[in-house]
Ligand binder design. Structure first.
Ligand SMILES: Cc1cc2nc3c(=O)[nH]c(=O)nc-3n(C[C@H](O)[C@H](O)[C@H](O)COP(=O)(O)OP(=O)(O)OC[C@H]3O[C@@H](n4cnc5c(N)ncnc54)[C@H](O)[C@@H]3O)c2cc1C
Length: 440
């Protein structure tokens, strides 16, 4: 029997950080519905064999004063700053991140290619034109890389790393997602980093914050304690946008005055009713990259002091390996190291999950990160289907078409997967606040 739940109010679908932040800032007149048995979405932490594994490396970066003070308040001081110590392994050498400012340690011919390429591009193209190019987003990512860094840096790192990470050719991507994510150092800094081990930090994420106790789900806990009406184990299976109601898997129905949907757009597509063909077409234009995260508990504590290392070469299965015990000792039992290896896949690049774990262990051994299988105490793979929205030339128009259509029915989509954007935890918290202010 179908049971109607309560009066019509604002419904927030999805209790990830976007939904939690919207609820926190709305204060009243809403209910949150979440399909899992607990809130947090991508910011959850799994407990296994004494380890706390986040869904993937989840570090807090703050560009905004408000989010810093809000999260500090919610965590009641359980937050420590860290200075990034990240590296790149390529051509059998370790160099500091970002590659474009740190050639020191690479083979001499590679350093020469990178420097000459960069100098040529700086001479040939005015800063004005480069800025114009990036801002108008009228070019593809591969052209932007070559124009900004030259062919040496492009060939020796940028193209191979991005091809491996995005699983498509960088020329298929737009520049819409850049937003400071790829630092562009001054020529003087590049030269310094070519002749010496340069410790200067670049980019907005050169410092990060992480809970001292517990994993990243401490942030989720902080929000959840201030929100009363989160309903878990409530998977939405139908949204009738015309009648403004949601049917959940358990047969209950909830009417809504307005709906804030943070669930991934392709999932929303599956549960809406009578969607016109033009809108269906927009949904089907959305592409994404998935991430398979192999979390490992290692029986030693002398593995490395690095936070994470990038691996651009195709011969190594993962594109990055991180070490959460270097963010907080509390995420593993004493004398142990927690590590995660990240592998991207998509329709373009299929994944064999069993082989991915096997290849991860093989490559960790070859790199000297573990001595042998006996070093591994526990393994917790996590499969993230919707990892990164793919910024191809169809994305922007498709997302606008979908959003405009849904607005007519009082449905506002937001968050990393509802907005189909490259967003950090801080970004979704801010978007949740903005949405609450707009409708509250
Ligand atoms: C690999 C990876 C690494 C990242 N690393 C960082 C980092 O280091 N730092 C950083 O700041 N950010 C990082 N992020 C981004 C960060 O995880 C996200 O920005 C943020 O957690 C997204 O929150 P959200 O609420 O928008 O989405 P989600 O967390 O996905 O929340 C959506 C919620 O909707 C629920 N849901 C889905 N379908 C239904 C349904 N039918 N019915 C009911 N509920 C449903 C889901 O269970 C989920 O809880 C990373 C992301 C990825 C993928």
């Amino acid at each position: 029997m179908i049971k109607h739940q309560g009066k019509s109010e604002f419904v927030i679908l999805g209790a990830g950080l976007a939904g939690l932040s919207a609820a926190y800032h709305l204060k009243r007149g809403y209910s949150v519905y979440e399909k899992e048995s607990g809130p947090g979405g991508m910011a959850r932490t799994i407990h296994k064999d004494g380890y706390r594994f986040d869904y993937d490396g989840h570090l807090l970066h703050f560009r905004n004063e408000y989010t810093f003070s809000l999260i500090s308040k919610l965590l009641e001081g359980n937050l420590a700053p860290h200075k990034r110590n990240s590296w790149i392994y390529s051509k059998d050498s370790y160099t500091r991140y970002p590659f474009q400012a740190n050639f020191y340690g690479l083979p001499k011919d590679v350093i020469k290619d990178c420097l000459v390429g960069l100098i040529k591009t700086r001479f040939n193209l005015s800063d004005e034109r480069k800025k114009d190019y990036a801002e108008k987003n009228n070019g593809n990512f591969e052209d932007w890389i070559k124009m900004t860094f030259g062919t040496g840096i492009a060939e020796h790192f940028m193209l191979s790393y991005n091809r491996k990470f995005w699983t498509v050719e960088p020329r298929e991507l737009t520049c819409d997602w850049l937003d400071g994510f790829v630092p562009v150092p001054a020529l003087e800094d590049v030269v310094t980093g070519a002749i010496s081990s340069n410790t200067k930090l670049y980019g907005y994420n050169s410092r990060f914050w992480y809970p001292v106790k517990g994993g990243i789900s401490e942030v989720v806990e902080g929000f959840s304690q201030s929100i009363n009406n989160i309903h878990v184990n409530k998977r939405a299976v139908t949204i009738d946008q015309h009648r403004r109601d949601i049917v959940f898997e358990d047969g209950t129905i909830k009417k809504f005055k307005g709906l804030i949907a943070t669930i991934p757009l392709p999932e929303l597509d599956k549960i809406l009713v009578n969607v016109p063909p033009k809108i269906k077409e927009a949904f089907s234009a959305l592409r994404y990259t998935s991430i398979y995260v192999v979390n490992l508990g290692i029986r030693r504590d002398d593995v490395t002091d690095r936070h994470w290392v990038y691996y651009p070469e195709e011969s190594i299965v993962f594109y990055r390996v991180g070490f959460p015990t270097n963010f907080s000792m509390d995420v593993a039992p004493p004398g142990r190291t927690s590590a995660y290896a990240e592998i991207s896949y998509s329709d373009n690049k299929k994944l064999d999950r069993k082989k991915a774990v096997f290849d991860t262990i093989r490559d960790l051994k070859a790199l000297g990160i573990i001595a042998d299988e006996g070093d591994i105490e526990t393994c917790q793979p996590i499969d993230i289907k919707y990892g990164y929205a793919l910024y191809d030339s169809n994305r922007q128009a498709a997302v606008s078409t979908i959003k405009d259509y849904l607005k007519r029915f009082g449905i506002h989509t937001m968050g990393r997967y509802g907005g189909w954007k490259y967003m950090s935890m801080e970004d979704v918290v801010l978007e949740g606040k903005k949405t609450a202010e707009e409708i509250g």
